[in-house]
Design a protein around this ligand. Sequence first.
Ligand SMILES: Nc1ncnc2c1ncn2[C@@H]1O[C@H](COP(=O)(O)OP(=O)(O)OP(=O)(O)O)[C@@H](O)[C@H]1O
Ligand code: SF4
Ligand SMILES: [Mg+2]
Length: 434
Amino acid sequence: MNDKHGDDKLTPLPATAGFLPQDDPISRTEDPVDADEIDYLSPVEGHAASVANPDAKAIIEVRDLKMYFPVKSSSVIRRTIGHVQAVDGVSFQVPEGGSLGLVGESGCGKSTTGRLITRLYEPTGGSINFNGRDITNISSRQLKPLRREIQMIFQDPYTSLNPRHSVGAIVGAPLAIHKVVPKDKILPRVQELLEIVGLNPEHYNRYPHEFSGGQRQRIGIARALTLQPKVLVADEPVSALDVSIQAQVINLLQDVQREFNIAFLFVAHDLAVVRHFCPEIAVMYLGKIVEIADRETLYNRPNHPYTQALLSAVPDVKQAAIGGRRERIRLEGDVPSPINPPSGCRFRTRCPIAQEICARVEPPLLQIGQRHKVACHFAGELGQHPDRPVTTGLLGVDDSGAPDPGATPSALAADEPGYSDTWFDLERKTMASA
Ligand SMILES: Nc1ncnc2c1ncn2[C@@H]1O[C@H](COP(=O)(O)OP(=O)(O)OP(=O)(O)O)[C@@H](O)[C@H]1O
Ligand code: SF4
Ligand SMILES: [Mg+2]
């Protein structure tokens, strides 16, 4: 695509046009479906679940990323009295044209991670690499062109659109700011974009309040697509929508991803939402990634007690079909404060299988399968967690977490973004490979 001039045409998506009703007076968008019928793993009108491309290179690579927000005293001289450790050492990759899901409870640092990638925040530590280039500390002048490449879709379509601006002005603003197309080409481009997201292109002069929630989110998506980004950070893009509309907006995101080869970091607090869209999913708890794996592994063989609890809350269509249902695991207590997180494993205050070592030593995010990493001293499938910690030899500690003078800590315990060709086999306690 030509991103300098306005002559290039964005191709409307045939798939989008195919599954949307044509007779809606405002747009061709919403065709409510019964929420009970939604299975995020099943094809929806030709929308099979996204699959990973194992050959894709990483377009985003994040290494040991940290964001600590200062907490100020309420006195006149506002001293820094602590820090909110919103993101505390996360590493991951987002493949070109692919999608990584980022899931976890409220306050675990998902949005902060997304905002760091778009460089809305200056990270406290670690690095962010975009398309082979270190963008961690680039200047504000260098940031402007980068903003075109990495865009965001926000959670709330009611507050993220300026109610006083017409849809044309909202979608066209990035074109004018970045001077991507001549002035007289802005309107035709806006209309193309509205068509791409399934809205009536003639409605560019209407205002956000004239649209429904799902339609407003389509406007937000059109705005994010305006500059033809390579990466989209979608921060809970469907959470504010009626469940019957969620699947359609996810289908639209899938269409634009395939058409324009856009990489997604897809943030959600619910594992059901990311299941259809993300072949790879990272689970966050209190500023850290606790488990990351390909979709099949994460949903069928989660090894972290927190992922197991989250998954137990997700309706399982296959289980329901055979009359069964996963037993719900209820976590006790509240999420601790990120200002003063628990020592060792941050999940230990709510973990049903925590032992002494969990309070003393932080578990490393250890690769335990071809595309599977987990941060737990007692990693194992539900009901099969080992009695003794699996990490002692790697960390050079005994079962209680005290240093073991005879042991040598292993480099395996260091968390690198992506996966290695070899991994630690939990059962054999040796290295394994494909
Ligand atoms: N600008 C800020 N200043 C201070 N603390 C912040 C700021 N932004 C976020 N936080 C804190 O950082 C932690 C992580 O917040 P974040 O918004 O990233 O969580 P989240 O996972 O997106 O949650 P939610 O699901 O509610 O959106 C929270 O404790 C939050 O209060
Ligand atoms: S390391 Fe310990 S506290 Fe943390 S999840 Fe594993 S068992 Fe639970
Ligand atoms: Mg958030």
